[in-house]
Write a protein that binds this ligand. Structure first.
Ligand code: ATP
Length: 306
């Protein structure tokens, strides 16, 4: 009977945590698998990821027909590279991530993985190849081991422990009375934002997908936690094609490519140095964030960094 309650609990949690950001879509999809607008085409084949190149070609999309959100977005992320997406709030950054996971179908253009249009492949195979580390991790009211192993059906205890180590949450778990059997979630041990993010990273390591979406938390963690998580994220991004929805530019200065979104369009793309040299949108955002870092008191309350 508890098995039945688990998804219901989970739905409650999902609804409570739904925000405009990229929420824990992966977990949500497994539960609300039935009535999505997105359907497999007749005869759809499984996605075959050989290298992991991600390509957006002139993608046009709106949640409502009256309002176009992405107005012809194009970029390519070579296999194994990292692309950071930056821009002001509402520019369409998370929308790009949602579309890669095929949360919605697009109205124009194409999204390709290794040359295969994602609308032509089986959704299950698409989602099996993409890992998401969301801003808000939704924990099941279950053990911490279950929450990590959820990344892939049939994950062994050894794999779960290796993933916990990779996400630097192993010593935290070892310090708990019941170790991996410790219950977490609303009715168990409450984890901090940083700990939850590490569980999300561990879950992704268990899944071991070739393509990764990282949704950087808007709310800053304390700087030590942030630095530790950043290190772990850099490690897991290293061998995979990675899209980072970034809010703090300081975390993505080493990305191989940065695209700057404004009102549903890519207005600049290049490396950190190239974009600074352009002296326009990115350079202005950078200057503003540097100033805020020096003098955090000066920023308006509720004025989110881009
Ligand atoms: P932030 O930095 O604040 O997370 P973002 O750049 O990621 O912003 P998106 O979440 O991609 O922005 O949103 C782009 C636009 O699409 C916004 O104007 C938003 O209001 C709209 N939007 C987002 N989600 C939906 C939705 N489910 N239905 C309708 N409109 C939406």
């Amino acid at each position: 009977l508890m098995q039945m309650f688990r998804p219901l609990d989970m739905l409650g949690t999902v609804y409570r945590t739904i925000r405009q950001g990229l929420i824990d879509m992966e977990a949500m999809f497994k539960l609300i698998d039935t009535e999505t607008e997105v359907k497999d085409k007749a005869g759809a084949r499984p996605l075959s990821v050989v290298a992991g190149e991600v390509r957006f070609e002139n993608v046009v999309f709106g949640y409502d027909p009256e309002r176009t959100i992405l107005k012809g977005v194009s970029f390519t992320v070579p296999a194994g590279h990292t692309l950071a997406i930056v821009g002001h709030s509402g520019a369409g950054k998370s929308t790009i991530a949602r579309l890669l996971y095929r949360f919605y179908d697009i109205q124009g253009g194409r999204i390709l993985i290794d040359g295969q249009d994602i609308s032509d492949v089986q959704q299950a195979s698409l989602r099996a190849n993409i890992g998401i580390v969301p801003q808000d991790m939704v924990l099941f009211n279950d053990t911490i081991g279950y929450n990590i192993g959820y990344g892939r059906e049939g994950a062994s205890q050894a794999e779960i422990e290796a993933a916990a180590k990779g996400a630097a949450i192993d010593s935290f778990i070892a310090a708990q009375h019941l170790g991996y059997e410790t219950r977490v979630g609303e009715r168990g041990l409450k984890l901090s934002g940083g700990e939850k993010q590490r569980v999300a990273i561990a879950r992704t390591l268990v899944k071991d997908p070739p393509i990764l979406i990282l949704d950087e938390a808007t709310s800053a963690l304390d700087s030590r936690t942030e630095a530790a998580i950043q290190g772990v994220l850099n490690n897991i991004a290293a061998r995979r094609t990675t899209l980072i929805v970034a809010h703090r530019l300081s975390t993505i200065v080493h990305a191989e490519k940065i695209i700057v979104m404004e009102d549903g369009r890519v207005v600049e793309q290049g490396t950190h140095a190239e974009l600074l040299a352009l002296g326009e949108h990115y350079a202005q955002m950078w200057a503003r964030q540097q100033a805020e870092r020096m003098n955090p008191e000066a920023s308006e309350p509720g004025d989110e960094p881009p």
